[in-house]
Design a protein around this ligand. Structure first.
Ligand code: KIV
Ligand code: NA
Length: 277
């Protein structure tokens, strides 16, 4: 299968074919997603919550993101690999943004980086694009803004907020973004932004009219240990499967039915050890 590129994502939008995206954080899950034909794999900073057990995404570091991104890179042959810039890695300056994004490309093989924010981030997007680093933008409910937002709330519900988000999206496209994640906004606003932009929109909690959809792996498989928001659909209950397997394993070891003789190594028949009782 030929590799997904920014140009092929654009072609999908133009043809009206939905773009499939999913987060991934390690080798086995990225391998499964890539083999399943998911177009875009995102090493999201949701790593902080989904995998590392943090309360929000703010604490995750560049080194932690790189560690997981490298594992996902080794597993990914077809999908476009996007890596999130963690909070603090692009807020200080354009120079810092470039330095940290170059690490994502050079040390982890990212095909693109993603950052949160609207028109205020256009200068970053422009500089990254000039440095040959494709950028995915992310507006609406931006989890790194949790302290400003005072929690996770749907954004763009008033006309003025909605029009500001449309302007943000247009500014990010103008700055060179290859795609834009729309998170936690009314479906009508996502439809408007999707219609006005030339670049693809990837929705999460943004309704069915986006050019693509993304979800967090652990939400898809019931591994999040949280009450999921309404936009989440759990496609399989992997936690239930794991609980069953864990119970069976614990019982088998406790009852000495694991390992069986055929799951054990044997001495060569000409070798004899002292008898045990
Ligand atoms: O970190 C993440 O998982 C994300 C997606 C939900 C878009 O940014
Ligand atoms: Na993210």
């Amino acid at each position: 299968a030929t590799a997904v590129t920014p140009a092929s994502l654009l072609a999908l939008k133009r043809s009206g074919a939905p773009i499939t995206a999913l987060t991934a954080y390690d080798y086995p899950t990225a391998r499964l997603a890539d083999e399943a034909g998911i177009d875009m794999l995102l090493v999201g900073d949701s790593l902080a919550m989904a995998v590392l057990g943090h309360e929000d995404t703010l604490a995750v570091t560049m080194d932690e993101m790189l560690h997981h991104a490298r594992a996902v890179r080794r597993a990914t042959q077809r999908a476009l690999l996007v890596v999130d810039l963690p909070y603090g890695s692009y807020q200080i300056s354009v120079e810092d943004t470039l330095r940290n994004s170059l690490r994502m490309v050079k040390e982890a093989g990212a095909n693109a980086v993603k950052l949160e924010g609207g028109a205020a981030m256009a200068s970053r997007v422009r500089a990254l694009t000039a440095a040959e680093i494709p950028v995915v933008a992310h507006i609406g409910l931006t989890p790194q803004s949790v302290n400003r937002m005072g929690g996770y709330r749907v954004q763009g519900r008033s006309e003025i907020e909605a029009m500001t988000l449309l302007d943000d999206a247009l500014a990010l496209e103008d700055a060179g973004a290859i795609a834009i994640v729309l998170e936690g906004i009314p479906r009508e606003l996502a439809a408007l932004i999707t219609a006005r932009l030339h670049i693809p929109t990837i929705g999460i909690g943004a309704g069915p009219k986006c050019d693509g959809q993304i979800l967090v792996w652990h939400d898809v498989f019931g591994l999040s240990f949280r009450n999921a928001p309404k936009f989440v659909r759990q496609f399989e209950d992997v936690a239930a499967l794991m609980r069953k397997g864990l119970e069976e394993y614990r019982t088998a070891v406790s009852e000495r039915t694991f390992p069986r003789d055929e799951e054990s190594y044997h001495l060569p028949t000409n070798v004899h050890l002292p008898e045990t009782e």
